[in-house]
Design a protein around this ligand. Structure first.
Ligand code: C2O
Ligand code: CU
Ligand code: CU
Length: 479
């Protein structure tokens, strides 16, 4: 492609050429404001994905969905429509999922948050062809928490996830049951995603230069695949397991009246103690487990789970205020649940033998490969880091010279966040438990401590899926 055509495909409002380098002077996507539900809207009842046990089948298909409201349109799905079933497995249980690819293209599955052998992890080299099958079989050896699954083919992850392929993976344990947290109708999973739609109602995914830079932001918010969702609640505690399943958008979760709520869990499980907050920032791929006490509100009241604007995030992906989910308090109920003082104890990882530094930096030279880690672009056959099995290490993600946040995710481990310097300067309340993804804001250096307990080759990457597909990903091998 000649330079002229190349520039045309960039579709930017302002481009300056300096000695052959392209300098982007306008690449801020924050004018895409999502349309949340407003107070007068009735909306659509929140859909809850069906549950699948540890032994079952998942089929990736070209399905159909109406997003709980409009007309049926083609989507990709693991269960016919948008999003797959929620898999529930017990700690110690063996999971056996037979997977079939009924799409017209390659795909695979990554079990985000699970520490499992490399041949089960969905490395980008693992492709399952159209009509192909694969039997996933692995033992769940980790604590109770909400993990998730989605495709992980290099350069197709953003598109396949946005088109509908992802699902939740909940691990349960007796230890967790002992806490008697709100369950059944009072335990609600929330997969938050933003999407763009074409005029024919189909999900649009066509990132241009600007979207690759900032992430592909949507102007509609879906929860569990529902557009303009609402849920009726009673005057009692509810547990919400929240996943940011968007490709890039960062949410600052709050209640619309500013009330406090409690964080009881992070990516991979429950926190040692509940943390009271009135907002928290959730990057792509991150999860939080929340308790909201609706007994503070009168019957008849409407309020929203919303995303507030935020600071210290540079050109953050999606810094707007909008509503996500409407709660209507409909029934009076006596609640015997008391917020526990402590949850699940967590032993601090200590005794690191090595610190690795990863510089997160842009290079604005070409169309592909702008987002880099230590100035490298992903090569699925190159091993970038070698780690000894059983080693404890500190990994530092350095975004001090960056101007956008990167939610950094590491496969096949669970880590603890130990320091954040620059930017926000502190570890956030929802980061005080087990994590696999950490939001690294502009100006920040974040250190996590990891014990490597799974042999094999895995990736770590930015979970802004446009950045990931652009090559912001490296391989590490545990030997
Ligand atoms: Cu959810 Cu490698 O990612
Ligand atoms: Cu993962
Ligand atoms: Cu990134």
């Amino acid at each position: 492609m000649g330079r002229k055509d190349f520039l045309k495909t960039l579709g930017l409002s302002a481009i300056t050429l300096y000695a052959g380098n392209i300098v982007l002077t306008s690449c801020n996507n924050n004018d895409i404001v999502p349309l949340g539900l407003s107070l007068g809207d009735i909306g659509n009842p929140l859909r809850i994905p069906k549950t699948l046990n540890a032994i079952g089948q998942i089929i990736a298909t070209n399905g159909k969905d109406d997003f709980g409201s409009s007309q049926m349109v083609p989507v990709m799905g693991y269960d016919g429509g948008l999003l797959g079933p929620t898999i529930r497995a017990k700690k110690g249980e063996e999971v056996q999922i037979s997977f079939r690819n009924e799409l017209n293209e390659n795909t695979n599955i990554h079990w985000h948050g699970l520490v499992i052998p490399p041949e089960m992890d969905g490395h980008p080299t693992h492709t399952i062809k159209p009509k192909g099958e694969f039997n996933f079989k692995f033992k769940v050896n980790q604590q109770a928490g909400m993990n998730w699954y989605h495709p992980h083919l290099h350069e197709s992850t953003g598109r396949q996830v946005t088109q509908g392929l992802s699902g939740m993976f909940i691990i349960e344990s007796d230890e967790e049951k002992g806490l008697s947290l709100p369950s059944a109708d009072y335990e609600i999973p929330l997969v938050i995603q933003d999407k763009r739609f074409s005029s024919d109602g189909t999900i649009k995914y066509s990132p241009e230069m600007q979207d690759t830079m900032d992430g592909y932001l949507g102007d509609q918010i879906l929860v569990n695949g529902t557009l303009k969702p609402y849920v009726d609640v009673a005057t009692r505690f509810y547990r919400f397991r929240v996943l940011n399943g968007s490709s890039a958008r960062v949410y600052n979760l709050a209640l619309s009246d500013g009330s406090d709520y409690y964080v009881i869990g992070s990516d991979n499980g429950l926190l040692p103690v509940p943390q009271k907050v009135n907002s928290l920032l959730l990057g792509s791929g991150e999860r939080v487990d929340l308790l909201i006490d609706f007994s503070m509100f009168p019957v008849g009241m409407d309020l929203f789970l919303m995303s507030q604007t935020f600071n210290n995030m540079g050109k953050a992906q999606g810094n707007n205020a909008f509503n996500i989910l409407k709660f209507t308090v409909t029934t009076e109920e006596i609640d015997s649940f008391k917020l526990p003082q402590t949850l699940i104890p967590m032993t601090r990882i200590a005794g690191s033998s090595k610190t690795r530094n990863f510089e997160l930096k842009m290079k604005m030279l070409s169309f592909k490969g702008m987002h880099r880690i230590n100035n490298k672009v992903f090569d699925m056959n190159r091993i970038d880091e070698t780690v000894n099995l059983g080693a404890t290490e500190i990994w530092e993600f350095d975004n001090s010279s960056g101007d956008e946040p990167h939610p950094m995710h590491i496969h096949a481990v669970q880590f603890q966040v130990i320091t954040r310097s620059g930017g926000r300067g502190v570890i956030m309340p929802h980061e005080t438990g087990w994590k696999d993804t950490v939001l690294v804001a502009p100006g920040e250096k974040v250190q996590v401590i990891i014990k490597f307990e799974q042999k094999g080759t895995f990736v770590f990457h930015c979970h802004n899926l446009e950045h990931e597909d652009d090559g912001m990903m490296l391989n590490f091998q545990v030997v």
